[in-house]
Ligand binder design. Structure first.
Ligand SMILES: [Zn+2]
Ligand SMILES: [Zn+2]
Length: 262
């Protein structure tokens, strides 16, 4: 079975090579995914070590991976992020963990470096049966049950299930794990009235749609894996960036921006 990171990387390479969607964003994202996979592999392969879930504690190990992430962003990132990466590589070793812990306590989608670094860390924390420490986790079906993060994207897939709404899942923007969610419900405010929930898609991205809510004016993208089974939701979501433009023009705000800022 192909490993999760490799699947994302392959899909980003594949979509980036087509001139269909957002070539530049995907080219950068493919390199970012490679850097994140390296971080994940490093943490996972470390002998006699498992993440404790306490970021202050784990920073001594995680910090060893940070320079490579900065290097990747300097090499492949857009100008402003590359400049920020350069500045960060020159800052002392106190500023970065402070920012990281701040992000951890109150995650914001504008904190690119913290988000990029913590995704592989938290993915491994979840897979190694750890628990996040020092982070309040909202008891809401609209937040990730593992880390409390916002949903990044939703996806539909065929599952053998008796529950009528059992085939929609959300992917967490913070730790990349996914959880089941009801199908016709706003992932931001919980609105359930069908008249308040709108969908938009364009023939150019047949398996991706905007799922918008008129009550809270937020939206998320949904990827339909029953149409394109080999799609990777977090990657296809980036490819379909033109749909975000459509949603923004109509006054909708995305629940959580993705790593490339869309
Ligand atoms: Zn999460
Ligand atoms: Zn809503």
């Amino acid at each position: 079975m192909i490993e999760w990171w490799d699947k994302q990387i392959q899909r980003a390479d594949q979509l980036g090579a087509q001139a269909n969607g957002s070539k530049e964003l995907l080219t950068f994202y493919a390199q970012l995914l490679r850097a994140q996979k390296d971080i994940y592999d490093y943490l996972r392969g470390r002998k006699d070590w498992l993440p404790s879930g306490d970021l202050e504690n784990d920073w001594s190990v995680l910090s060893e991976t940070f320079p490579k992430l900065l290097k990747a962003v300097q090499t492949y990132g857009p100008v402003s992020l590359a400049a920020e990466a350069r500045d960060l590589s020159a800052t002392d070793n106190v500023v970065v963990p402070e920012r990281l812990i701040k992000y951890w306590r109150s995650a914001s989608d504008l904190q690119f470096f913290a988000k990029a670094l913590l995704q592989p860390y938290l993915k491994w924390l979840a897979e190694s049966d750890g628990r996040p420490v020092g982070r309040a986790i909202a008891a809401s079906e609209r937040h990730c049950p593992f880390c409390g993060g916002n949903p990044q994207v939703s996806f539909l897939q065929n599952k053998e299930t008796t529950a009528e709404s059992g085939n929609r899942d959300l992917i967490c923007a913070t730790c990349l794990s996914s959880w089941q969610f009801r199908r016709v419900v706003c992932a931001n405010c919980g609105e359930e009235r069908p008249a308040k929930l709108g969908y938009f898609h364009s023939p150019k991205f047949d398996h991706v749609r905007i799922e918008a809510c008129d009550t809270c004016k937020h939206y998320i993208k949904g990827v339909d894996l029953t149409r394109v089974g080999f799609a990777a939701p977090i990657v296809d979501e980036i490819d379909a960036a033109p749909l975000d433009l459509w949603a923004r023009e109509r006054g909708f705000t995305k629940i959580e921006l993705n790593l490339v800022g869309v």
